[in-house]
Every structure is written in structure tokens, then in C-alpha cells.
Design a binder for this molecule. Structure first.
Ligand SMILES: [Zn+2]
Length: 152
């Protein structure tokens, strides 16, 4: 496996997201923020998800633990998938981010971005779940330490 530097991956995801936003803003009638904010801490909240789109403020979140092991999938599919949610949200009156998020409009946007409208990913989530668990334990411990007023 190639050894990627985390900062390079983040920069690549940001470039990819920006490229899709540029298409959306110039050709699909959107006015999304450019550059679009991209965050990388999704593993903490949703360890099984590769990405997530947020409406307020408009941004996307990626799962960095999964990204490292699935670079191509992220750059070729996940980033565009999440931007497509923002496009639907931006264009079709706030309907892109709910449970119906992968409907006809989202599929059409995906095709216009040159992507296959796949709802689910098939990436291995075990490392991400493990990381998520470890972080929860670490957080609990640090909270306990704070409560005790540890002098360490
Ligand atoms: Zn989705």
C-alpha cells in the first residue's frame, strides 16, 4: 500500500470538493461557499459513515480513519457524494439532507457531476469502529481526571 501523508490527503480532498463546488456553482445554478469547508473528524460521531453533508453552516465532514485506507474511493466517490447532497440542499429547497436524501434529485446531480449515484459504500469499517471506541474511552478518562482535579 502507498504511504500517504495525512496533510496531503486532506489537501487532496479539499481540492476535489472545491472542483465539484465549482461545477455546481457555474453549471448547476448553485451558490455554495468556495472553498467549501471540509472537516475530517466524522469518525468521532459516525464511525460507519465515510462522509456526511451539513447544512448549517454548509460543509462536509469526512471520516479520516477510513479515508487513509480508501483514498481512491474517497476522492472518486465519497467527496462528490457529499457535495451532491449540498447541491440538492442548495437547489431544491432544503430537501437533500433528510432521510429522502438519496432520491431522484440527488441521483440526477450525481450523474451531472459524472458520478455513479451509489447510496452506500462497501468499505471496511472495523478500524474506524475501533478508533471510535478508543476515543470514547479516552474522553471518559480525561473527563474523570478533570472531575477529580488531578494534579498530574
Ligand atoms: Zn448520502
Amino acid at each position: 500500500m502507498l504511504n500517504y501523508n495525512e496533510n496531503e490527503l486532506k489537501a487532496a480532498a479539499q481540492r476535489t470538493a472545491n472542483a465539484y463546488v465549482k461545477i455546481a456553482n457555474t453549471r448547476l445554478g448553485c451558490n455554495l461557499p468556495y472553498p467549501i469547508p471540509v472537516e475530517f473528524d466524522l469518525c468521532e460521531e459516525r464511525p460507519k459513515a465515510g462522509g456526511q453533508a451539513h447544512s448549517m453552516p454548509l460543509k462536509i465532514k469526512l471520516n479520516m480513519v477510513m479515508f487513509i485506507d480508501n483514498v481512491r474511493e474517497f476522492l472518486n466517490q465519497v467527496v462528490g457524494h457529499e457535495i451532491a447532497h449540498l447541491v440538492v440542499y442548495n437547489r431544491f429547497n432544503h430537501r437533500g439532507l433528510d432521510a429522502e436524501g438519496h432520491g431522484a434529485e440527488w441521483k440526477e446531480v450525481m450523474r451531472k457531476l459524472g458520478l455513479e449515484p451509489l447510496k452506500y459504500h462497501h468499505m471496511d469499517v472495523s478500524k474506524s469502529l475501533e478508533h471510535h471506541k478508543k476515543m470514547k474511552v479516552a474522553k471518559r478518562k480525561s473527563k474523570k481526571r478533570e472531575a477529580k482535579g488531578d494534579e498530574e
